[in-house]
Design a protein around this ligand. Structure first.
Ligand code: NAP
Length: 510
């Protein structure tokens, strides 16, 4: 793990700043120098290059618009003339402009806030200054909603900078998970970025951010934090040394609620400094490499596997659990020593919520609509419990194959009218994933004595039209969120070896 540490320095005297840089030059990759707090600040910024012996360094060529590749400290310095909490700076605006001129052409970084430092940003653009810019957005009160965050990010990207930084206060755990989503999105698009959640609830963004390559702000002592929630370098190093990383791998990945569910579990058990759960898009041709990396990475603990890798991943594993073998798909991998073992917990995501409403399933009659991976797990689970199953699918050949594997009946989706007298109906197709989709079962076929289970959920609308309609008809309903939860808690236990906190993990999905 190659963590890039930055030491924030807020001191009133230049000599103090210099001393800190000299003493920590080997152990930090960057130094963030808060110029507005330095009372004896002179505009000879070369002073901040205490160990540079290259000639000419920044001194004597300030504003010369040429960088000096030999200066080992120049690239490590991040200057800013903001104040904490975006208080009004003491430095007058002419001096700020002078500093911009001095930094122009150097390798130093300058951090400017997109809203409170518009004037400086305009000056840079208008005068074509060559600044290594960290364009940042700060919000010390809250983390804005996703739509607003998205607007801010696009605005920042339009302005073109070397690094985009978002630092917002996390009021809730969900805020931190949203920031983590944003970080993974931007990293995936190869944007250089730093995404941080301030406050106690933002801690996971600092841990995950360090793993994902954020510049990591970590003071030497808690008293020297430049933003709330910063961990000291010592504390972060201790956490990262033993951190176990679990991934959600799929393509697409954006819809998944698994990160917030697993993170809630870690927090509830107080193991959020030991485990982190990251969303990771893996394309089919990248699967082999992901598995190779997982084998090599001492921090890799396991992964939730979703579409389209559930079958393909099986040939890359050392061992496959008996039930996963029977189902023919793996949705969980766990690393023990050097060995990767595959499991399937999807079938438990079907059977456990069903048993909660129908404790005795034996001899019940169920219709499973669909013949893909989810349907396979559902048929396996139902047959194991002694339920009589009929599979309905659009593609009859696939229905026939699934029925043959589990010794049950099949029929065409055209004959869906048959389902009105089944005890249990499970929608295991993708219909409903798109919120515009009409429900796969017409309302008139749903009876009040039936259990209607829809495996589908979407992030924006956890309850599908089918579930809403079935409830109106008086049927007992089970949503895709329940399946997610019940398959997820078994996964959680496989990853952590601890009993999953069901209530809190469910809460995180609501
Ligand atoms: P899959 O293997 O690709 O199978 C998709 C199934 O949907 C096939 O049977 C396909 O029928 C059917 N289908 C697709 N579009 C259809 C349409 N317009 N009309 C009728 N049938 C249609 O996918 P999967 O892995 O089984 O996943 C299915 C759904 O379950 C997904 O939405 C997934 O997100 C969800 N899921 C949820 C959970 C959870 O935890 N809640 C877990 C796993 C999966 P054909 O064979 O005729 O093409």
């Amino acid at each position: 793990m190659n963590v890039k540490y930055c030491l924030p320095i807020i001191k009133s005297q230049t000599a103090q700043v210099l001393k800190i840089i000299s003493e920590n030059q080997k152990s930090y990759d960057y130094f963030e120098i808060w110029l507005d707090y330095i009372q004896d600040l002179s505009l000879d910024l070369h002073k901040f290059h205490p160990s540079c012996h290259s000639e000419p360094c920044l001194a004597g060529r300030q504003g010369s618009e040429e960088s000096n590749d030999n200066c080992e400290i120049e690239k490590k310095l991040i200057f800013l003339f903001r104040r904490q909490n975006l208080e009004t700076p003491k430095m007058d605006s002419n001096k700020r402009i002078e500093i911009i001129n001095l930094l122009s052409g150097s390798q130093n970084l300058l951090d400017l806030d997109i809203f409170s430092q518009k004037k400086e940003l305009q000056y840079i653009r208008k005068n074509l200054k060559k600044i290594n810019l960290i364009l940042s957005y700060h919000n010390y009160q809250e983390t804005p909603g996703n739509a607003k965050l998205k607007r801010i990010v696009s605005k920042m990207i339009k302005q073109k900078a070397n690094i985009y930084k978002i630092s917002t206060f996390c009021v809730s755990d969900a805020d931190a998970v949203r920031l983590l989503d944003l970080l993974t999105d931007l990293k995936e698009k190869d944007r250089s970025c730093i995404i941080l959640g301030m406050g106690q609830k933002g801690t996971i963004t600092r841990i995950a951010g360090a793993i994902l390559g954020n510049i990591t702000f970590a003071p030497l002592f808690n008293k020297d934090q430049s933003a709330s929630g910063q961990l000291t370098k010592d504390a972060l190093e201790k956490i990262l040394k033993n951190i176990q990383i679990c991934y959600f791998i799929a393509d697409p990945v954006e819809h998944s609620l698994s990160p917030q569910m697993h993170e809630a579990g870690y927090r509830t058990l107080g193991i959020d400094n030991q485990f982190v759960y990251l969303r990771h898009r893996v394309k089919p041709k990248g699967l082999k490499q992901f598995i190779l990396d997982a084998r090599r990475d001492p921090h890799f603990r396991g992964a939730s596997i979703s579409i389209p890798h559930k079958v393909a991943v099986m040939r890359n594993l050392d061992e496959i659990d008996e039930k996963a073998e029977e189902i023919g798909a793996v949705n969980t991998i766990v690393k023990n020593g050097q060995k990767l073992k595959g499991y399937n917990t999807d079938w438990l995501g079907i059977i456990n919520p069903l048993k909660a409403v129908l404790p005795n399933l034996k001899n019940k009659v169920a219709a499973v609509i669909g013949a893909g991976g989810a349907a396979r797990a559902a048929v396996f689970a139902l047959v194991m419990e002694g339920v009589k199953v009929v599979i309905f699918n659009r593609n009859l050949k696939k229905a026939q194959k699934l029925a043959k594997d589990f010794n049950c009946e099949f029929d065409s989706l055209d004959n869906i009218d048959r389902i009105y007298n089944f005890d249990i109906v499970i929608n295991a197709t993708k219909v409903g994933l798109n919120t515009q989709d009409a429900p796969i079962i017409p309302k008139r076929l749903i009876q009040s004595n039936q259990v209607i289970f829809d495996v589908v959920y979407s992030k924006t609308s956890p309850e599908t039209k089918l579930i809403k309609q079935a409830r109106k008809q008086g049927a007992v309903t089970i949503s895709g969120i329940s399946m997610l939860l019940y398959q997820g808690i078994v996964q959680f236990e496989l990853f952590t070896g601890k009993k999953a906190p069901l209530k809190e993990m469910r809460q995180a999905l609501l």
